[in-house]
Design a protein around this ligand. Sequence first.
Ligand code: FAQ
Length: 317
Amino acid sequence: MELYNEKLEAEFQSKIDSGQNIEAKDWMPEKYRKTHIRQISQHAHSEIIGMLPEGNWITRAPSLKRKITLLAKVQDEGGHGLYLYSAAETLGISRAELNEQLNSGRAKYSSIFNYPAVTWADMGAVGWLVDGAAIMNQVMLTRTSYGPYARAMVRICKEESFHQRQGYEIMLTLSKGTEVQKRMAQDALNRWWWPSLMMFGPRDEESVHTEQAMKWKIKLKSNDELRQQFVDQTVPQAELLGLTIPDPKLKWNAERGHYDFGDIDWEEFKRVVAGKGPCSYERLKTRNEAWDKGAWVREAAMAFAEKQQEKSLKEAS
Ligand code: FAQ
């Protein structure tokens, strides 16, 4: 039995090494299956909870154009959550279990969504920085080894790049606007900068999953590599906006060919991931209320599906 498993594992690894996808019906080690359920479901939960900070601003958007764009963005995020839940389901976990894990507070989701969006400028900063960080990490996921996840990511990345641009455009408008608008944009950058850097996860030496994730081509770059890439890409964008990144240690390092940047508050990161972020309680409460309020929709959909099934059984007999 052990020899049999070793042979299967060797074949499985060589398939990944040669760039082939693993599909839902293929043999896979139990740890690969569990790792994917963990990552894909955390990702799906992040999209679903990620709708909340921006959802709050749909009714307060400053113009019809902004309202329509924000509405479309938040809807896209809901869609991303649904594709990702479907990808997780191909690994043998049910939608009911996934929902229960999120609603009970047992599941993790991205730390970033536990911060408040207090002004309209936050809609710009979230699109520019949060979607910007999300794309940086997710482009590599379009080439991840698990087929259903990789395919979901292709569509998600196309939509995320639109999200990033709409956020940057809001920042551009505000930073070229009145003094008050400029201050709002700077204030939003000040509040979202460090949490955005935390999105990439713990430092490489503390990232428990990276080594295995690289072997299975789930990750093509480490957390720190992606964080550096994000800083290098974002600093010139902030310069173009005429805004200042809130980091006195930020400095171009010609020798490394990268920006050096200051220390991240890892204690804050740990607190937020442990469910003690500024909005952690509120996010789960809102999510649970939405779940309860939606019960009649789920029940009606199930009743309709049962009726349709009965009808087609009758027609067939
Ligand atoms: N927040 O060993 P690693 C978005 C956890 S989607 C909370 O480095 P890994 C779209 C990690 O789960 C944003 N927890 O783990 C949008 C693990 O815990 P566990 C989400 C975090 O998996 C935009 C532990 O720490 N993106 O923004 C965080 O190799 C705007 C050890 O960490 C994805 O989910 C964190 N920031 O690397 C929506 C992308 N970082 O499970 C609305 C897919 C780490 O052992 C508005 N995921 N942890 O208990 C990934 O690429 C990876 O899972 C990482 C973490 C890179 C997030």
